[in-house]
Design a protein around this ligand. Structure first.
Ligand SMILES: [Zn+2]
Length: 233
């Protein structure tokens, strides 16, 4: 039996309050109500939901940049899909309403075209975001990607730091917001498999470049060359 969630199930999880199964420390499981993933992501942008205690002024002033970027991406892609289905220009519709309307017109295997952002060099050394990467996929894959990206943001995969400058953009450290505090961490990191602990990719958090396992040797060699040049210079 195929127990992969269908497009309809994915959209329900994204847009509606739904039941999720949680495992307690003693190994018992139970079903609890969860907000829609889009609502959880929205809460996460402004310092997370108010679980346990009143929100502080500081928490309300903190924007989680990762959650903000992901929400911007998903909302834009949902609007794009909605516009393709309805032939209208998005106005005041919520992300949830656009997703539901779009999915109702789709089969799991329906082909869709999606746009992704790129950061390019603009005038005066400024970075400019342009939506110029076109991806052809299916309705199911797109919705599954939305779910996976939100779940990974909420429950990040294990990572390992790479103490070196990115061989692509040269950035060595980035600021991240953790529990409302800004902390500096290496830009380069390994993403590890939750179960095996093996590195499944290396990623630069500054420029977004990804290296796959077959490129790790090349990456290590380039880092070696760059680091020696830095020390020499
Ligand atoms: Zn980089």
């Amino acid at each position: 039996m195929n127990d992969l969630p269908t497009l309809t199930e994915l959209i329900l999880k994204l847009t509606q309050t739904h039941k999720v199964r949680i495992t307690r420390d003693d190994g018992s499981t139970e079903h609890v109500e969860s907000d829609s993933l889009i609502q959880i992501l929205r809460d996460e942008m402004f310092g997370g939901s108010n679980r346990g205690g009143a929100p502080t002024v500081k928490a309300r002033l903190t924007i989680n940049a990762g959650a903000f970027d992901l929400y911007t991406l998903i909302d834009r892609q949902a609007a794009e899909q909605w516009a393709a289905v309805t032939g209208r220009i998005p106005g005041l519709e919520t992300t949830e309403a656009m997703m539901s309307r779009w999915a109702a017109a789709m089969q799991d295997v329906s082909p869709v075209t999606v746009t992704l952002p790129d950061t390019i060099d603009g005038p005066n050394g400024r970075k400019v975001v342009v939506w110029d990467r076109i991806i052809h996929t299916t309705a199911h894959n797109l919705a599954a990607g939305w779910v996976r990206q939100i779940e990974e943001l909420l429950n990040p995969l294990p990572t390992g730091e790479i103490i070196a400058a990115c061989i692509q953009c040269g950035v060595r450290e980035v600021w991240r917001t953790v529990d409302g505090e800004s902390i500096k961490s290496p830009a380069m990191m390994f993403i590890r498999d939750r179960v095996t602990g093996d590195s499944t990719e290396a990623r630069c958090q500054a420029c977004g470049t990804v290296w796959w396992p077959f490129q790790f040797k090349f990456l290590a060699e380039q880092i070696g060359i760059n680091e020696r040049a830095t020390r020499a210079g």
